[in-house]
Design a protein around this ligand. Sequence first.
Ligand SMILES: NC(=O)c1ccc[n+]([C@@H]2O[C@H](COP(=O)([O-])OP(=O)(O)OC[C@H]3O[C@@H](n4cnc5c(N)ncnc54)[C@H](OP(=O)(O)O)[C@@H]3O)[C@@H](O)[C@H]2O)c1
Length: 356
Amino acid sequence: MNRFFPARPQGAELRWGVLGATAYISGHLLPAIAATDGCAVAAVASRPRHHARALEVAKPYGATAHQDYAALIADPDLDVVYIALPNTDHVEWTVRALAAGKHVLVEKPMAMSEEGVGRIEQAADAASRLAMEAFMYRCHPQQQRAAALLASDAVGELRLVRAAFAFEIPSGSGNIRLDAALGGGATWDVGCYAIDVPQLFFGRAPDRVGARFFRRTGLAVETSATGWMDFGGGRAAVLDYSIDYGPRAWYELQGTRGTITVHNAWAMAGENGVVTVRTADGVRTETVPADNHYQGQVAAFARAVAEGRPTPCPLVDSRRAARVGAALVRSAAAGGAAVATADGLDGPTPAVTVPA
Ligand SMILES: NC(=O)c1ccc[n+]([C@@H]2O[C@H](COP(=O)([O-])OP(=O)(O)OC[C@H]3O[C@@H](n4cnc5c(N)ncnc54)[C@H](OP(=O)(O)O)[C@@H]3O)[C@@H](O)[C@H]2O)c1
């Protein structure tokens, strides 16, 4: 049953508006919306001083360019709001858009605290609207391939997940990821992906976690980190993430009889996935054909709204990601001490079976 009321009329177009006229929005998201059946780019908003940017981004789609964010979420012509603002603005604008009757797809991290995800969940329930975190990587077929290999017993029982994500952001670049006041730092930018992967494959939150952070001279945010998660019963994860290092986008599922390695885990649109299986019998590498997972994410969101299908990123997973991210921050502040993270949220994680 579709819990989002009023149900959309069969075949009606889902009209999307976007907060923030960023390079990522014009380069990846809007083309993905425009290419998805039943979806249309209808509006873009920038802050008033950047209205010219909104006009430029909206123009190729014949979309409305709003003068500010509040005007866009009040636009009765829209069904969905996509939020691509600095991390500190995600919860506020998601809650406001839900209260205005819009479905919301919000950039990662949905929130930097579990309390923030809880506020969003409440607002979504109150408005009978969908809220989802934009972990687009979950919609790349290489994730389904890795999950299928694991489920087929190709490497035995999963015991350890290793995940690493890094790329360099130069000091002085003015990037929001270097600004503590805007929710910057490696944990909430690249770390949130590495945090999500072990929870995706173990299907639950860890019992406890720990981390050490490193900070580039002259910056107020952590720029590199190493961390661990304890899932109990001898199951664990180790992660590293950084905005200091050269590129890395990789995870490995260590089973009792071998490993599945995903070499380009946070691929950009159009990049192939590469998956290796290593056991005592040998090493086999597969290419998973390039797929636009931004479009896959838009399509999965649209199906969830129209048909009440499960989303690739359920809110319980956003709670887990926010809880663990915040716990890693607390652990690092305490010199790497273990921080408890489990509190009975455990439940099925349907994300590795994204609806077709
Ligand atoms: N999934 C992905 O592949 C992906 C890729 C890139 C980014 N992201 C996510 O998208 C979000 C934005 O990242 P970005 O790289 O696109 O950032 P960005 O290029 O700096 O854009 C952020 C936008 O936020 C708006 N904004 C509002 N208040 C602001 C403030 N005080 N300072 C700066 N900008 C402000 C601006 O839009 P206006 O000036 O138009 O109002 C700005 O263009 C982040 O949460 C990030 O994690 C995700």
